[in-house]
Design a protein around this ligand. Sequence first.
Ligand code: PXG
Length: 443
Amino acid sequence: MSTEALVYRELNLEPYWMPFTANRAFKKDPRLFVSARGMYYQTADGRQVMDGMSGMWCCNAGHCHPKLVQAVQAQVMELDYAPAFQMGHPRIFELAERLANLAPEGLGRVFFTNSGSESVDTALKIALGYHSARGEAGRTRLVGRARGYHGVGFGGITVGGIGNNRKSFGPLLPGALHLPHTHDLEHNAFSRGQPAWGAHLADELENLIAVNDASTIAAVIVEPFAGSGGVLIPPRGYLERLREITSRHGILLIFDEVITGFGRFGASFAAERFQVTPDLITTAKGLTSGMVPMGAVLLRDEIYDAFMHGPQPAIELFHGYTYSGHPLATAAAHAALDVYAEEDLFARAKSLEVVWEEALHSLAGKPHVIDIRNFGLVGAIELEPRPDAPTARAIDAFEKAYLAGVLVRTTGDTIALAPPLIIEEKEIERIVATLADVLSHLD
Ligand code: PXG
């Protein structure tokens, strides 16, 4: 039993069914955080762990930033909750305007949710409703991608492409199609930034259209880079080609920017970094720097306009959440956007990118390493799986890194990294030195 398990031996771990967790293994040897500041978590047994993952890809401004803390504290004393339907509060309108100003040109409307999963299901419903409102109700198919992750709602797992997330949950939404993923170690291993090979994989969309006809397809949704599916960076020209094909066929293009929004790629959105403008963008996570749950869908004005018909007293979109635009989340989001601007964190992420890339690629040649990938402040180290025990080696690396004081994540046999954008160069060195040591001691 670890010290942490001993410290918390009085804690009843059983009633809580933990999400996406090996519950039985965890409860035998728990890992518990009790506080956090800046780049560091404090564990239940008093150790410091450097956050190499921005929590779970969300705490872009670091932890417990005083400006965010104060903003939420002030808000909770002022207005705790305002009904979201047929009512509003001023700060949420201001937030929508700020997001529209950050978004690529033309995406001037914002729908609020509470998570990435809700943002995805909202975007898919808006896409279907848009075509229906324009008299193209036959456009019902949704196109995702193998290894894609779009949260856990039924819409999200339908377009998602990770087998384990789908296989036990029935037939899902009808008619969905999937593009191939872009991961190919034969061509792309140890690419720095965007791989040179693979743009042609977007052409598979033409094949799906040829077989199913564009008049049946509502939208294509992709993450600018596949996060949970293995940290797969888009090949050069790939997103551009998806944009060109979808535009030509009247199909909406949705970028799921739940991870890539708010500085992760050194810009407000990956759309800006790649200079490819989708029709809708889904966000969450970094929107509030992870402090209060909030998500949002940004969309083209024409999509909103297509719904604004019929008698004025009629509701135009039969969709929304009790907590859409919650005042505490709104306050956290305003404060996060202030901090991102005041500390110039998106530009900071961009300027650290080359240091980050160099540091990560110095791990090439370490035992078991079969690929290293990076873009923005995202990194991945793919390990050769143990024979007959896929994922075990990466999980072992995760546990060893945690004990050595660095928090990473794993997906399959890939170690994922996405530190807060406030990270210092010496902290990058420490992450890499820790991983070098962990890899050298891995079976
Ligand atoms: N879309 C994308 C692209 C995501 O990455 C979601 C939707 C769902 O967001 P919510 O807020 O409903 O969880 C996500 C979430 C990981 C990891 O380490 C990734 C996510 C969440 C937790 C862990 O791979 N992505």
